[in-house]
Write a protein that binds this ligand. Structure first.
Ligand SMILES: Cc1ncc(COP(=O)(O)O)c(C=O)c1O
Length: 397
């Protein structure tokens, strides 16, 4: 790997100086576990997130709701951090159980008419495909194959004729790591009056997802991948113009104006995105995710992104030089993300299954996806760890 960015002051990104960043990484990530190249699945937590949950558990043990105002303040802080990450307002952010639930809020709240259509990449993660297909026959699902497409955005835009009301994409495709140009897609949707829905779980935390720059109407991302948080708490952004137009299907005390005033008989749905949160929040998850986002803010998405891309750049470039490996991920710089997927195509001993077992036996944690092996390092992954993985691959193929 080109060591240059590792050894210079972060002149381009004045968030945190190099030495301080090294120290921060050492204190947040003990590095005594497996070689972790699986952030696209479920990521490890930083130290501060584990500490936040331990503290929450201690408080729950002795004080419980006595400290609820403190817990609530942390949840409010989380909403503000999430809004900053997206260039949105706190009132635009709701917390959902997971990405799939937030996708369902959109799919089942959207004001469809009979005969409408929805476009999405054919290779999407099941949650971002099934939910649209489930709307049939009222709404036609139009999957667009991106594999082999030289201009995936053009293919998606071309499929958006007058019947299409919504385009749904993942900012980064979960198998190959293909990164889509959100501003180009968003601008096209905006021009055509089509709603733009982005599943950001594979990109949020290291790639920019400015909802205004990209004309995003809906965005969702669970915390357990690139945000380095827990499972079971997702951020859901809903553009204010859409808030009243999404039909709600869940009702309860928490989603109304003046939530907590239990004596009140009349009720009105909250103006803010809290309307999507019908009952008690995932308070433990909120403490954890707030701690994780505080780390991301402290370092800054540009620094995190540059480091992630440096690591996957090393993997793509090195794997591409191996004659017995086919890299499934698009090598073009603008298409790169935190995910690199490849297929071994050497001797009979070098199948994806055999190589995956060899990597796991040597404590290199990765995933099998789409018939290949998916590697997903994060900003703190060391060069040595990447080299260890590459050496195992070379020795097997
Ligand atoms: C692109 C994408 N969307 C959605 C999900 C599922 O998210 P959740 O479990 O939060 O619903 C995943 C999980 O891997 C994913 O990769």
């Amino acid at each position: 790997m080109d060591p240059t960015p590792e050894h210079r002051q972060n002149r381009d990104h004045p968030y945190v100086a190099k030495a301080a960043l090294d120290q921060l990484i050492a204190s947040e990530f003990p590095g005594d576990g497996p070689i972790y190249l699986n952030h696209a699945a479920v990521a490890p937590w930083p130290r501060r997130t584990a500490d936040a949950v331990k503290r929450f558990a201690e408080q729950a043990l002795s004080e419980a709701a006595w400290v609820y105002p403190e817990w609530l303040a942390t949840e409010t802080e989380l909403r503000t951090r999430a809004a900053r990450l997206l260039g949105a307002q706190a009132a635009d952010i709701a917390f959902a159980k997971n990405t799939s639930e937030a996708l369902s809020f959109v799919a089942y709240g959207f004001p469809w008419s009979d005969g409408d259509a929805v476009v999405f990449p054919q290779e999407e993660f099941p949650s971002n495909r099934i939910v649209w297909e489930s709307l049939a026959p009222r709404v036609a699902a139009r999957p667009v194959r991106l594999t082999g497409e030289r201009d995936p955005e053009a293919a998606l835009i071309k499929a958006c004729d007058h019947k299409v009301r919504l385009l749904a994409v993942s900012s980064v495709q979960y198998i190959t790591g293909l990164r889509l140009d959100l501003s180009r897609l968003g601008a096209a949707c905006h021009r055509a009056g089509i709603a733009f829905c982005v599943d950001a779980i594979q990109g949020l935390g290291y790639l920019p997802h400015g909802v205004d720059e990209c004309h995003i109407d809906f965005l969702m991302a669970d915390g357990h991948k690139w945000l380095l948080g827990p499972e079971g708490l997702a951020l859901f952004y809903c553009r204010d113009q859409w808030r009243d137009r999404l039909v709600l299907h869940e009702f309860g005390w928490h989603m109304v104006d003046g939530a907590g005033d239990f004596d009140r008989i009349d009720w009105r749905i909250a103006d803010s995105a809290q309307r999507f949160e019908c009952g008690s929040p995932n308070m433990m998850g909120a403490q954890a995710l707030n701690a994780s986002l505080s780390l991301i803010e402290e370092i800054g998405v540009p620094v995190i992104g540059a480091r992630v891309l440096e690591r996957t750049g090393y993997l793509i470039d090195t794997l591409a030089r191996l004659s017995r490996v086919t890299v499934m991920s698009d090598p073009m710089i603008k298409r790169r993300s935190g995910i690199v997927t490849f297929v071994p195509r050497g001797s009979s001993q070098c199948t994806s299954d055999a190589l995956f077992s060899a990597l796991v036996d040597r404590r290199v944690f990765c995933a099998k996806r789409g018939g290949g092996i998916r590697l997903s390092p994060h900003f703190y992954t060391t060069t040595t760890d990447l080299e260890t993985a590459i050496n195992i691959i070379i020795s097997m193929c």
